[in-house]
Ligand binder design. Structure first.
Ligand SMILES: NC(=O)c1ccc[n+]([C@@H]2O[C@H](COP(=O)([O-])OP(=O)(O)OC[C@H]3O[C@@H](n4cnc5c(N)ncnc54)[C@H](O)[C@@H]3O)[C@@H](O)[C@H]2O)c1
Length: 362
């Protein structure tokens, strides 16, 4: 078993990574001192595939599990659905010591985590992420929340899980497109933190797509990098912002092309290619940009922005959370594994977007 420790004082926890770990969820939770009723929050697809396995493991370890099912889809990461989960917990008389287990991708993890943070002012929370994106990103670091009709993730809380159990075998049932969307975040960790990890990804691109042992190393290293960043800046007051490399462009692409057109990871892939290009324009290394774009393409991810008008692009980026005084903040790469924060004025940004060619002049 591979273990990554998230160091946050008394809220520290382990991320355990092993093929087949789902069947050990019960004993591992018991070993943490958890017991009694356990709510397994999942959706019909993931619950249908893996719910029975987790429930059996919990029962065998002496828990009384209850499955709470939320419909599948980002649109159900809402206060309304959270309300239904609260109803089920209250009706089931779940107590302050009863753990909530999130079994699913980032949507389930964020929603169940928000419920765990707020039900009875906080109950033990365990993440069992089942998409690559949730294994390397959303299950680590304690951001939980739901969407508001006016914007994504507007309502939420920082709330750390007691444990994260990652089973790489569950990725076998994941759509190829979802796997690639997760790989975009994996690449991001190489760019922002670890040039040798980026080289490892370049050397093993085909094996990653085929889910060889290399995917486990990629998950472990990604979790370790995120854990290190979150350990230094849990509430995004400074350094944690480097995790947003590619995301300012990516969020604008997601919003302007209509949520659902691109998976989040696909928009981030295009956003990273754009951030790499902006880095080059502002003095970064052309070689670094070329390596990022080449790896994205080898892993089958989009790197070319869709047709979006320059002005619409700028307006969408201004709505992002990372704006101060009209200047938009970007995480840029000065070289592989080295990033810095840069505020870019609208004129420079307009020039950059125009230089990107006619692609966004639709
Ligand atoms: N909290 C954070 O720090 C953080 C970070 C990044 C993203 N997020 C959030 O994560 C969400 C996206 O997460 P996601 O990409 O995992 O999407 P998702 O949760 O919607 O899952 C994608 C699809 O894969 C299915 N699925 C999940 N596991 C499966 C499996 N093993 N086999 C077959 N199908 C499976 C799901 O049912 C769903 O249809 C967004 O809401 C985003 O805001 C949160």
């Amino acid at each position: 078993m591979r273990t990554v420790r998230v160091e946050l004082g008394e809220r520290s926890y382990d991320i355990s990574i092993e093929r087949g770990i789902l069947k050990d969820a019960g004993p591992m939770m018991k070993a943490l001192g958890l017991k009694g009723m356990a709510a397994v929050v999942t959706n019909p697809k993931v619950g249908g595939l893996y719910g029975a396995l987790v429930v059996r493991s919990l029962e065998e370890a002496g828990f009384r599990p209850v499955v709470i099912t939320v419909p599948d889809g980002e649109e159900y990461k809402s206060l309304e659905e959270a309300g239904k989960v609260f109803d089920a917990l209250i009706e089931g008389r779940f107590e302050r010591s009863s753990p909530i287990v999130a079994l699913g991708g980032g949507v389930i993890g964020d929603l169940a985590g928000f419920v765990a943070a707020t039900y009875l002012r906080g109950v033990p929370f365990v993440q069992v992420p089942t998409t690559l994106l949730s294994q390397v990103d959303s299950s680590v670091g304690g951001k939980t929340g739901v969407n508001h009709p006016k914007g994504k993730n507007l309502i939420g809380a920082f709330y750390q899980p007691r444990a994260v159990f990652i089973d790489p075998d569950v990725l076998k049932t994941l759509d190829a497109r979802e796997l690639k969307a997760g790989l975009a975040e994996v690449i991001k960790y190489g760019v922002i933190w670890d040039a040798s990890f980026f080289s490892f990804l370049e050397d093993n691109a085909d094996k990653l797509l085929k889910q060889g042992e290399e995917i486990i190393t990629a998950i472990e290293r990604s979790c370790a990098i995120k854990a290190e960043v979150v350990g230094k800046d849990e509430r995004e007051e400074g350094m944690r912002a480097i995790l947003n490399f590619g995301h300012t462009f990516g969020h604008a692409i997601e919003a302007l092309s209509g949520y659902g057109t691109f998976r989040h990871g696909e928009a981030v892939a295009i956003g990273m290619a754009m951030a790499a290009s902006l880095s080059t324009m502002l003095g970064g290394s052309k070689e670094c940009e070329e390596r990022i774009t080449a790896l994205l393409e080898r892993l089958g991810m989009p790197s070319v922005p869709p047709a979006i008008g320059t002005e619409a692009f700028i307006e969408a980026m201004k709505l992002d959370k990372k704006v101060s005084g009209g200047r938009i903040r970007f995480i840029l790469a000065s070289g592989m594994g080295k990033v810095f924060l840069k505020e870019v004025g609208e004129d420079a940004l307009r020039e950059f977007l125009l230089l990107q060619g006619d692609l966004r002049q639709g």
